[in-house]
Design a protein around this ligand. Structure first.
Ligand code: TPP
Ligand code: MG
Length: 672
C-alpha cells in the first residue's frame, strides 16, 4: 500500500492494490513479451518499473483518450531498448492503440510494438528512440517548445513537464553533454530526467569503461541533482515533487537493479538484451509474488492502472474549457499551428517577393538569399523558431523580427544553440514533435555529419525540421578541405524521406523555403553557398519550379543535342557551358535540378521531357558523382569532385578541380 503522497503529487492509486502489484504488472509483461518474441530487453523495464509506476500513477498529466492533448506532460523513454516499459504502461493505463494483443505481438512485423518505440506507431509514443542519447536531447527541444508556447499563448494553455528516462548509455553518449549543457543554460526547469543508474550496460558493469560522477556533471551544467533508491516509491515521489519545484532542470539518479526480480540474473548484463528463459521467469514470478499466467493481469490490478489512466480526463476537460473560453481568433490560430497549416499570407508574400527578385536580379550568395526569404517569411509565419550552432552570421539564419531566446526568457524566437550541432538537430526534432512550431537551424553543410543521426530521425519520424546548411562546396574557398563538403549531398540524398534542396539563385532559394515549409511530413536540408551567384531565373513564374525538383531553365537554340544538368552554384557554370556549345553550333539546354527527391515524384513523362530524350547529358555539381548516374544515360558524363577539396580562393579551386564551363562543354562534345 502506498504511503502518504507529497502535497504537489496527484494521488490516484486504488487502495486495494499496492505499488508493488502495479510495478510487478510492468515487470511481468516485459519479461513475458520478450520471452514470447524470443528477443528484446527485459532488464531495463524490470529495473525501472518502480520509478515508472510512481511517475505515471502520481505525477504524469496525461489522458489516454486524448493522447494528443497539447498540454499533456511529455514522457520520453530515451533508453529506447526498454520499449516494453513504455508499451506496458500504455496498455495498462488504457491507450486504445495499445491492446494486449499488441503486447503479444511484440517485435513482430506490422505490430505497433516495434523493437524500439517508434513515433507514429501508437499514440503515447512521443518520439522514436533507440539510438542512445537522442531521446534526452529531443526532450530538451520539447521542454523548450513548452516554454516558448507558454510565452506566446500564455500559461493557462501551456504548463506541462517533460520527463525522461535515460540510462547509462544515454549519458555516455556525447550528445547528452550538448543537450544537458543547453538545457542547463536555458534554465528549462520543467525538464526532469530520471536516470536509470543501474551500473550495467551491454559489456558488463559500467565500471569497465566509465567513472563519471554524473551528479557533478549535471550540477556543473546548471541542473538540480539528487540521488535516490529507485526501488523506494516514497523516495521517488519525493524527488519528483522536489524537481517539479526547481528553477533548474532536474536530474534524479535512481539507483536500480537491472532485471529486478530475476532470481539469478538480476543485477547482471545478461538481463539487458535477451529473454530471461523459462526457468528464470518461473523464479522471478516466485520472487516477485506474481503467480499469474503470462500476459494475465488480474482485474483489480488492471483496474488500478486504468484508474490512473482515467484520472487525467478531468484535467484534460478543464483545459478544454479554458481553451474554449479563448477569443475565437486565438483559438483558430492555436488550432492552425497544431494542425501544421501555414498562414494564408505566406504564399502571397512569397509571390510578391519573387516578382521583386526577378526585377532586381540580385547577385547574392544563396545563404544571403535564404536570409532575405526568411525576412519575408518570418514576419508572416509566427511559428518558425530559428537558430544556429554558433554560425549565425555565416548561416544567415537570424532575421530582424526574431529576438533571442534567453535563459528563463522565452519570448524570443531565435535560439543560440552554441557549438552543439547534434543537440541542435535533436532538439529541433523535439520542438517539431511537441507541436505548434516549425524549427529551423543552421551550420556548415560539412557538419551535417555532426548531426546526421538526428537528421535521420527527423526523416524517420516524418518531422518538419529545416536544416539550413551553408558553405555547401569547395565554393567556400579558403577554409579548405576540412570545411568543404564533397560527399555530403550524396550522403544526405541517401536518407529516405529527406528533401535535399540546392537552389541556384535568390528566386530558387525563396521557392526552396516555400517547399520546405510546406512539408508537413518530412524534413528538408537547404544546401546554400557562401559565394555570390548571379541570378539565373530571369522571368517570373507563378508556379514554384523548385517544387518540380528539376525543370528546364534554358531551352536550346535549335533542336537540342545536349542537356546540361546542374544544381546550386553549378547552374551558372552550366549556363556558361551552354553559351560555349551554342557558339560552336551545338544546341544545348540547361536543366536546374534543385531536388532529386522532388524530381522523382513527378510523373514519368515530365521527367523524361526534362531529361531531354536523345540528347547527350552532362551533369555538373561540385560534389561526388554518386547518385547522378541514373540521370546520365549510357553516354552521359559527370563533372564534379573525385576527392577532397583544397584551401584557396574559390575561383582558383573551381579551375584546379576542373569544374568549369570549358570542362563541361568539352565533356559534352566528346560524347556527341
Ligand atoms: C547510439 C547507440 N549505440 C549503441 C547502441 C546499442 N545499445 C543498446 S542498449 C546499449 C547499452 C545501454 O546501456 P544502458 O543505457 O545502461 O542500458 P541498460 O543495460 O542499463 O538497460 C547499447 C550499447 C544504441 N542503441 N545506440
Ligand atoms: Mg545501465
Amino acid at each position: 500500500m502506498l504511503q502518504a503522497v507529497p502535497s504537489t503529487a496527484i494521488p490516484r492509486h486504488t487502495a486495494a492494490v499496492g505499488h508493488n502489484d502495479m510495478a510487478n504488472a510492468i515487470r511481468a509483461l516485459a519479461m513475458d513479451a520478450v520471452q514470447q518474441a524470443n528477443s528484446g530487453h527485459p532488464g531495463m523495464p524490470m529495473g525501472m518499473a518502480d520509478v515508472a509506476t510512481v511517475l505515471f500513477s502520481r505525477f504524469l498529466k496525461f489522458d489516454p483518450q486524448n493522447p494528443t492533448w497539447p498540454d499533456r506532460d511529455r514522457f520520453v523513454l530515451s533508453a529506447g531498448h526498454g520499449s516494453m516499459l513504455l508499451y506496458a504502461l500504455l496498455y495498462l493505463t488504457g491507450y486504445p492503440d495499445m491492446t494486449l494483443d499488441e503486447l503479444k505481438k511484440f517485435r513482430q512485423l506490422g505490430a505497433r510494438t516495434a523493437g524500439h518505440p517508434e513515433h507514429g506507431h501508437a499514440a503515447g509514443i512521443e518520439t522514436t528512440t533507440g539510438p542512445l542519447g537522442q531521446g534526452i536531447a529531443n526532450a530538451v527541444g520539447m521542454a523548450l517548445a513548452e516554454r516558448l508556447l507558454a510565452a506566446q499563448f500564455g500559461g493557462e494553455l501551456t504548463d506541462h513537464y517533460t520527463y525522461v528516462i535515460a540510462g547509462d548509455g544515454c549519458l555516455m553518449e556525447g550528445i547528452s553533454h550538448e543537450a544537458i549543457s543547453l538545457a542547463g543554460h536555458l534554465k528549462l526547469n520543467k525538464l526532469i530526467v530520471l536516470f536509470d543508474d543501474n551500473g550495467i550496460s551491454i559489456d558488463g558493469p559500467t565500471s569497465l569503461t566509465v567513472s563519471d560522477d554524473q551528479l557533478a556533471r549535471f550540477k556543473a551544467s546548471g541542473w538540480a541533482v539528487t540521488a535516490i533508491d529507485g526501488h523506494d516509491p516514497e523516495a521517488i515521489a519525493g524527488a519528483i515533487a522536489a524537481a517539479q519545484k526547481s528553477d533548474k532542470p532536474s536530474l534524479i539518479a535512481c539507483r536500480t537493479v537491472i532485471g529486478y526480480g530475476a532470481p539469478t540474473k538480476a543485477g547482471t548484463a545478461s538481463t539487458h538484451g535477451s529473454p530471461l528463459g523459462a526457468d528464470e521467469i518461473k523464479g522471478a514470478r516466485e520472487k516477485l509474488g506474481w503467480p499469474h499466467a503470462p500476459f494475465e493481469i488480474p482485474d483489480a490490478i488492471l483496474k488500478a492502472w486504468r484508474d490512473v489512466g482515467a484520472a487525467g480526463a478531468a484535467r484534460q476537460q478543464a483545459w478544454s474549457k479554458r481553451f474554449a473560453a479563448l477569443p475565437a481568433e486565438q483559438r483558430a490560430e492555436w488550432e492552425r499551428r497544431f494542425r501544421g497549416d501555414l498562414p494564408a499570407a505566406m504564399d502571397k508574400v512569397v509571390a510578391e517577393y519573387k516578382a521583386k527578385l526577378v526585377a532586381d536580379k540580385p547577385k547574392w550568395a544563396t545563404r544571403k538569399s535564404s536570409q532575405m526569404a526568411l525576412e519575408v517569411i518570418n514576419t508572416v509565419v509566427p511559428e518558425t523558431i530559428g537558430g544556429s550552432a554558433d554560425l549565425t552570421g555565416s548561416n544567415n539564419t537570424k532575421t530582424a523580427s526574431l529576438a533571442p531566446v534567453k535563459p528563463g526568457d522565452f519570448s524570443g524566437r531565435y535560439v543560440y544553440y552554441g557549438v552543439r550541432e547534434h543537440a541542435m538537430a535533436a532538439a529541433m526534432n523535439g520542438i517539431a514533435l511537441h507541436g505548434g512550431f516549425i524549427p529551423y537551424g543552421g551550420t556548415f553543410l560539412v557538419f551535417t555529419d555532426y548531426c546526421r543521426p538526428s537528421i535521420r530521425l527527423s526523416a524517420l519520424m516524418e518531422q518538419r525540421v529545416v536544416y539550413v546548411m551553408t558553405h555547401d562546396s569547395i565554393g567556400l574557398g579558403e577554409d579548405g578541405p576540412t570545411h568543404q563538403p564533397v560527399e555530403h549531398l550524396a550522403a544526405l540524398r541517401a536518407i529516405p524521406n529527406l528533401l535535399v534542396l540546392r537552389p541556384a539563385d535568390a528566386v530558387e532559394t525563396a521557392e526552396a523555403w516555400q517547399v520546405a515549409l510546406k512539408q508537413k511530413n518530412r524534413p528538408s536540408v537547404l544546401a546554400l553557398t557562401r559565394q555570390d551567384l548571379a541570378a539565373v531565373r530571369l522571368t517570373d513564374s507563378a508556379e514554384n519550379l523548385v517544387a518540380r525538383g528539376g525543370y528546364e531553365l534554358a531551352a536550346a537554340d535549335g533542336t537540342a543535342r545536349v542537356t546540361l544538368l546542374a544544381t546550386g552554384s553549378e547552374v551558372g557554370i552550366a549556363l556558361a557551358a551552354r553559351d560555349l556549345l551554342q557558339k560552336d553550333g551545338i544546341p544545348t539546354r540547361v536543366v536546374s535540378m534543385p531536388s532529386f527527391e522532388l524530381f522523382e515524384e513527378q510523373d514519368e513523362a515530365y521527367q523524361e521531357a526534362v531529361l531531354g530524350p536523345g540528347t547527350v547529358r552532362v551533369a555538373v555539381e561540385a560534389g561526388i558523382r554518386q547518385g547522378w548516374d541514373r540521370y546520365l544515360g549510357a553516354k552521359g558524363a559527370f563533372v564534379g569532385m573525385t576527392g577532397f577539396g583544397a584551401s584557396g580562393p574559390y575561383e582558383q579551386l573551381y579551375r584546379h578541380f576542373g569544374i568549369t564551363p570549358e570542362a563541361v562543354a568539352a565533356a559534352a562534345k566528346q560524347r556527341l
